[in-house]
Design a protein around this ligand. Sequence first.
Ligand code: FES
Length: 119
Amino acid sequence: MREQVVCKTTDLKPGDMKSSYFGKQNVLICRTLDGEFYAFLNQCTHQGAPLDKGMICGATTHTSTPGDYHYCRKGEIIRCPWHGREFDIKDDGRMLANPTKKLPSFKVRTEHDDVIIYK
Ligand code: FES
């Protein structure tokens, strides 16, 4: 099994993300508001933007009433810095607008204060 420490748990507050390296691959480490860690390839599926330059945000849902939108899922969505495509951190990096596309993802675990990617 291949594994590597990619950062410390204290490097990321809940709701933050940062880039790191897993071997030669540039990876994006995300920490959701519940404290869980996730890792994806740090490259948008559209035109390859570095996702760590984007933001972690939430999503909107709407009801059947026109113009009635609600903000939800705060801290669970990665928004690309170039054209705004959004990816669901907790759904394995699936694109919100087209769930057939997803970011390549990595398995993550924590041990003491290390964040470790493994496969
Ligand atoms: S490069 Fe990410 S949305 Fe275009």
